[in-house]
Design a protein around this ligand. Structure first.
Ligand code: DAH
Length: 346
């Protein structure tokens, strides 16, 4: 019996060598060490073997089974590698390219500071149960103006110089407030969401104005939502961003889509290079917000007799500038690598 088992090992080796398909290897495995395989077949004779022989056969058959198992695994790995090489050759993937990039001294990229701030604010709101929504850059007059309580004749349309498409029906959204309407239409109160994104205005470009910049809109609608909720969420947001309790004040502000509307200011430093101490005083206008106008709730399909809500629109570029003490918004969008690479370690 010992001889039989040994010769099975030899014939297995002969059979496995030429195989080049995984399926054939697996069939061979079954043939030798499967339940009804050749080894099991031989082991049936164990009953008739002498005690001496039995002592040797057990370990021997285990050894051969183990060898077959290992050799099967090795073979499968070999086949996998050669199949992969074959594929690479066919698809002409050139692995040397990555190294040559490194040789050229190209470094890995980073996340733009505006998007870093956007992501961290999204995280803050997600943790407070808000959803994060998206909206189209190309909008209709309805979503950008009318549904936000800004009819055609309204002087507030002049507050935002708009890029119109030739059809006069479409425009590049001038604010992320469009997401308020789209968000309301798609859900039933109560709900809360934020909507970050690019906005566009036909501005004369200078240190504080760009024709494309970023906002993050926020909205919470439910029964009995009031100004207290608005202040609580805004203070929590600012505390997370600046990593400390911020002193805030509300001033009346006018936006047609909120009533009452506010400008929320934070206590901030006014740079005064002459006086170290007095560098840290003054208020900074940061966050326009308010209680959603009933007409806007109606336009979004929400019953204003039953529900109230607050909304806010945060300027992300402004926030980055404040955070990094930048004095010119144009740095953010120039694509100058000397500027951008300062943030690439994030
Ligand atoms: N959409 C306004 C703008 O771009 C900002 C804004 C003001 C948004 C008040 C709001 C709000 O949601 O309540 O100037």
């Amino acid at each position: 019996m010992i001889n039989k088992i040994e010769s099975l090992w030899e014939s297995f080796q002969k059979e496995v060598t030429p195989l080049d398909k995984q399926a054939d290897v697996l069939n061979l495995k079954a043939k030798y060490i499967g339940k009804k395989g050749l080894i099991s077949e031989v082991m049936k004779g164990l009953r008739d073997a002498s005690v001496e022989e039995k002592k040797l056969i057990g370990p021997k058959s285990n050894e051969v089974k183990k060898n077959i198992e290992t050799s099967i695994q090795d073979k499968l790995k070999d086949i996998q590698i050669s199949e992969m090489n074959e594929k690479l050759k066919k698809e002409k993937i050139d692995f040397s390219l990555r190294d040559s990039n490194l040789d050229l001294g190209l470094n890995s990229g980073g996340i733009h500071p505006v998007h870093q701030i956007q992501r961290s604010i999204e995280d803050i709101f997600l943790s407070m149960g808000f959803e994060v929504l998206d909206g189209p850059h190309i909008e209709t007059e309805h979503y950008n103006f009318e549904a936000l309580n800004i009819p055609e004749t309204h002087p507030a349309r002049d507050m935002q110089d708009t890029f119109w498409f030739k059809d006069k029906a479409h425009l590049l959204r001038t604010h992320t407030s469009t997401i308020q309407i789209r968000g309301m239409e798609e859900r039933k109160a109560p709900f809360a969401f934020v909507g970050p994104g690019k906005v566009f205005r036909c501005e004369r470009i200078d240190a504080t104005h760009e024709s494309c910049f970023h906002q993050l809109e926020g909205m919470m609608v439910g029964e009995n939502i009031n100004t207290g909720h608005l202040i609580y969420f805004m203070k929590t947001l600012l505390k997370e961003i600046f990593q400390k309790d911020m002193e805030v004040r509300l001033r009346p502000g006018y936006f047609p889509f909120v009533e009452p509307g506010f400008e929320l200011d934070i206590r901030w430093k006014k740079p005064d290079p002459k006086d170290e101490e007095a560098r840290h005083s003054g208020w900074l206008e940061l966050l326009p917000c308010g209680m959603v106008h009933p007409n806007v709730l109606k336009a979004g399909g929400v019953d204003p007799d039953k529900y109230t809500g607050f909304a806010f629109g945060l300027g992300l570029d402004r926030l980055v500038m404040v955070n990094y003490k930048m004095d010119d918004i144009r740095y953010l969008h120039k694509g100058d690598l000397r500027f951008n690479s300062q943030f690439s370690h994030f």
